[in-house]
Design a protein around this ligand. Structure first.
Ligand code: HEC
Ligand code: HEC
Ligand code: HEC
Ligand code: HEC
Ligand code: HEC
Ligand code: HEC
Ligand code: HEC
Ligand code: HEC
Ligand code: HEC
Ligand code: HEC
Length: 315
């Protein structure tokens, strides 16, 4: 080595040392794009740890949360397809590289604190989860709106809360605050007691239907539990066969029976306000048009009628 090269070498050591001795890690300064290229390089280098999880746990076993992965499916050594049977921690977090040396070279991080794009995070999961059940994900609103698998799923846990009936609504309403407000209104499906869940009607990974419904249409979704409303009936009420949510808010409402509006306004959105139906109730309760039920006092078979004389939905 000549003197000039020696000098360069010494200088590079100084720079290298400075960078890694700095109070905060230089990696923390990287933006998302720079981080992606560092990780791409790590994958190209392919420096996986020969000791697998053991090398990670030297430093990470103090965290109960990290250790919890061994209580879940991903920590199962006996399932040949599980990460623990293969690259272990690095199957999800990428190769160790120089992460265990000074300076905390970054690993793939998931969830809200991650600077990585949702796409990059999700690709890791999709490496193993790409069966038919994941088909709808690609075009789902959640995918297009950059929701990450790890926004809903917790893998460092014995049980993933989003897979449990008693906790799935909490995960959904973390983001869906409007539906959370609706489900706590006076009239709603029994979701606030977790007797019903968002996924009774919606597919979290998307579906072929608008609003990611489980069934091909809104009405089919409702009929799956309210079969008696399917008909056919002799006298149909057109809006009922067309779309239940013309009159109902499926998430809940301040009005009885989850109605979007109260009668008579509910009815007068479509029915002319002349003739007998036009009677505006100045003093609620004074006659059959008044009171909480209004039009329904007489037209009680609002979902349709099978009575031979039921054409005006009165019986
Ligand atoms: C020599 C100790 C050490 C070893 C070995 C180690 N880590 Fe880390 N790891 C750290 C430290 C320190 C941090 C930073 C923690 C912080 O900022 O709170 C960290 C952070 C992380 C993070 C958070 C994301 C990030 O980039 O900051 C992940 C994920 C992670 N490590 C995974 C692993 C995995 C997987 C392995 C094994 C392949 C491993 N670690 C091995 C010390 C270590
Ligand atoms: C199936 C993929 C997967 C495997 C395998 C896995 N992790 Fe994780 N890890 C995640 C996800 C996703 C998160 C975000 C929190 C969560 O979902 O539980 C995470 C979070 C972490 C964190 C916290 C980082 C932060 O955001 O602050 C550390 C540290 C970590 N993992 C280390 C490990 C270690 C060590 C192993 C092996 C024993 C391991 N992980 C195995 C997916 C995985
Ligand atoms: C190395 C392969 C691998 C990777 C990577 C992986 N998984 Fe898995 N995952 C599995 C296996 C194996 C199972 C068990 C399923 C089975 O046996 O049918 C599983 C099961 C699951 C389940 C169902 C859990 C249950 O209790 O039934 C969820 C949810 C899941 N993974 C989410 C994720 C998420 C989110 C990621 C990315 C952070 C991820 N997985 C990454 C292999 C993987
Ligand atoms: C909006 C929240 C949400 C997101 C985002 C999400 N999931 Fe799920 N996932 C769920 C729920 C809820 C279930 C349970 C479905 C059920 O019981 O019908 C589930 C079930 C699963 C299962 C086990 C059952 C099955 O269908 O195989 C796997 C595996 C899984 N998800 C992987 C993923 C992966 C991979 C991603 C990202 C590409 C992802 N999930 C994104 C909420 C979500
Ligand atoms: C990390 C935040 C987040 C979580 C958690 C989440 N979502 Fe979403 N969801 C969104 C965003 C963002 C959109 C798109 C904007 C909107 O419609 O509010 C969306 C849209 C939807 C839509 C409308 C879909 C469409 O195609 O129009 C439904 C239905 C939905 N989410 C149901 C759920 C359910 C069920 C869960 C729980 C299993 C859940 N979401 C969890 C963020 C989230
Ligand atoms: C009884 C069935 C049912 C249940 C339970 C249900 N939804 Fe819905 N949801 C629907 C229907 C039907 C639509 C379509 C409304 C529309 O197209 O205007 C919808 C629409 C949505 C939308 C899209 C709203 C918009 O303005 O585009 C979101 C987000 C949503 N639901 C989230 C949730 C969440 C979160 C839960 C659980 C708290 C939940 N839903 C429970 C039936 C249901
Ligand atoms: C998974 C089953 C299920 C599905 C799907 C379902 N419902 Fe319900 N619905 C229920 C249950 C359970 C109740 C509560 C019955 C009770 O309290 O006696 C209920 C009650 C109602 C009520 C009466 C609420 C009240 O305050 O009296 C209306 C209106 C209603 N549902 C409309 C709908 C509409 C519209 C749809 C489709 C968007 C739908 N439901 C889909 C199970 C379901
Ligand atoms: C034209 C408006 C309208 C449409 C459309 C409509 N409903 Fe209703 N629904 C009502 C009214 C009004 C009530 C309250 C009846 C009462 O108080 O006597 C009600 C009550 C209900 C109830 C609770 C009482 C009962 O009859 O069991 C359920 C369940 C229900 N509707 C389901 C549905 C379903 C399912 C659909 C779609 C097939 C639907 N509704 C379409 C107006 C409508
Ligand atoms: C979304 C529009 C819409 C709403 C809301 C609506 N209807 Fe109707 N209704 C119709 C249509 C369309 C017909 C069929 C009219 C026809 O065949 O001439 C109809 C028919 C009727 C009939 C039978 C009329 C006949 O000539 O035999 C009655 C009675 C009726 N509706 C009462 C009500 C009541 C009461 C409400 C409120 C609870 C209501 N409707 C809400 C659209 C609506
Ligand atoms: C006191 C009982 C009563 C009340 C309250 C009532 N209706 Fe009627 N409605 C009738 C009778 C009876 C008929 C049949 C009239 C006929 O055959 O000429 C009728 C007929 C109708 C028709 C069929 C076409 C028409 O106009 O003749 C519609 C639509 C209608 N009502 C809507 C409504 C609406 C909307 C309300 C609430 C604003 C309402 N009704 C309140 C008794 C009532």
């Amino acid at each position: 080595m000549n003197a000039y090269k020696q000098l360069l070498f010494a200088l590079s050591l100084v720079i290298y040392g400075c960078a890694f001795n700095a109070a905060s890690s230089p990696w923390e300064q990287l933006d998302a794009d720079q981080l992606e290229s560092v990780l791409t390089q790590k994958f190209a280098d392919g420096n996986y740890s020969p000791k697998g999880a053991d090398s990670c746990l030297m430093c990470h076993k103090k965290s109960a949360k990290v250790m919890d992965i061994f209580n879940g499916v991903h920590g199962n050594l006996n399932n040949a397809k599980s990460p623990m049977a293969g690259l272990q921690c690095e199957a999800c977090h990428g190769p160790l590289g120089n992460h265990n040396r000074g300076g905390k070279e970054p690993m793939i991080q998931f969830g809200q604190n991650s600077k990585l794009s949702t796409q990059t995070q999700n690709t890791v999961c999709q490496g193993c989860h790409n069966d038919a059940k994941q088909m709808a994900w690609h075009n789902s609103t959640h995918n297009l709106e950059d929701v990450a698998c790890a926004d809903c799923h917790v893998v460092h846990a014995a049980t993933d809360p989003v897979l449990e009936k008693l906790t799935v609504n909490d995960t959904c309403t973390n983001c869906h605050t409007r539906e959370k407000a609706d489900m706590n209104k006076r009239s709603s499906h029994p979701m606030k007691w977790d007797q019903m869940t968002c996924i009774d009607c919606h597919s979290p990974h998307g579906s072929m239907t608008e609003s990611a419904l489980n069934k091909p249409s809104i009405n089919d979704t409702c009929y799956s539990c309210h079969a008696e409303k399917r008909g056919p009936v002799l006298w149909e009420h057109a809006p009922v066969t067309e779309n239940c949510i013309t009159c109902h808010n499926p998430h809940g409402s301040v009005n009885e029976s989850m109605l979007t509006h109260r009668a008579p306004q509910l009815c007068q959105q479509c029915h002319a306000d002349d003739g007998h139906a036009s009677r505006v109730v100045q003093q609620p309760g004074v006659d059959a048009f008044g009171g909480g039920k209004s039009c329904l006092n007489c037209h009680s078979q609002i979902h349709g009628s099978n009575h031979p004389a039921g054409s005006t939905l009165q019986r």
